[in-house]
Write a protein that binds this ligand. Structure first.
Ligand code: ZN
Length: 167
C-alpha cells in the first residue's frame, strides 16, 4: 500500500512536509547506524536520559501543532499521535489503555524499528519520552510523567510494551 500520511514536497526547495511539519525521509539503516554509534559512545543510560528530554519536547510540540491543524481535542490528540507514528514506519502503536486525567497509559509497539536487529536487551528507549510529551500536552503541564519499556520484542517477547505514569 501507499503511505497514509499526506506528504507534500516544496517545488522550490525540495523540502518534504506532512501537515505543514517538515520531514526528512532517510534509509532505516542510516538512522540506526547513527543511533548505535551514539549509544556505544555514551552508553545506554546517558543516551536514554538525553533522548527522553529531546523526545518529550518533540512530542509535546508535535501534538500542539497537530491539534491546531486538525482541530483535535483531549485524548484524541494522543490517539492521532499513535496513529501517525504507526503510519510513519516506527512500528505499530496500539493503545491498551490511557487515562488523560492521570497520564497513565499502556501502549503496545509491534514491529518496532529498534527491536528488528537487536537481541537480549530493551532496545526501544528512544520512544520513552514520546508518551509523556504527548500525555502532558493532553492532560496539561500539571502532570509530571515518566515512561518505561516494560518488555521488548528484542528480548524475545511477542511485542514491546510501554507504560507511562506519574513520576
Ligand atoms: Zn522494544
Amino acid at each position: 500500500m501507499k503511505p497514509e500520511v499526506p506528504i507534500e514536497v516544496d517545488a522550490a526547495t525540495g523540502a518534504w512536509s506532512v501537515d505543514g511539519i517538515p520531514m526528512i525521509l532517510v534509509p532505516r539503516h542510516f538512522f540506526l547506524n547513527n543511533h548505535l554509534a551514539i549509544e556505544s559512545a555514551l552508553g545506554v543510560q546517558k543516551y536514554s536520559e538525553l533522548l527522553f528530554d529531546a523526545g518529550y519536547k518533540s512530542a509535546y510540540v508535535w501534538c500542539e501543532k497537530e491539534a491546531r491543524t486538525h482541530g483535535l481535542k483531549g485524548v484524541e490528540v494522543f490517539h492521532h499521535y499513535m496513529k501517525r507514528l504507526s503510519q510513519r514506519g516506527w512500528g505499530q502503536f496500539r493503545v491498551e489503555s490511557v487515562d488523560p486525567q492521570t497520564g497513565r497509559a499502556r501502549v503496545q509497539v509491534h514491529h518496532s524499528v529498534f527491536a528488528v536487529e537487536r537481541k537480549n536487551a530493551k532496545a526501544c528507549y528512544m520512544f520513552r519520552g514520546w508518551f509523556p510529551g504527548a500525555l502532558e500536552f493532553v492532560g496539561g503541564k500539571k502532570l509530571k510523567l515518566t515512561s518505561n519499556e516494560i518488555q521488548c520484542a528484542a528480548e524475545g517477547h511477542e511485542h514491546c510494551v510501554f507504560e507511562a505514569a506519574p513520576r
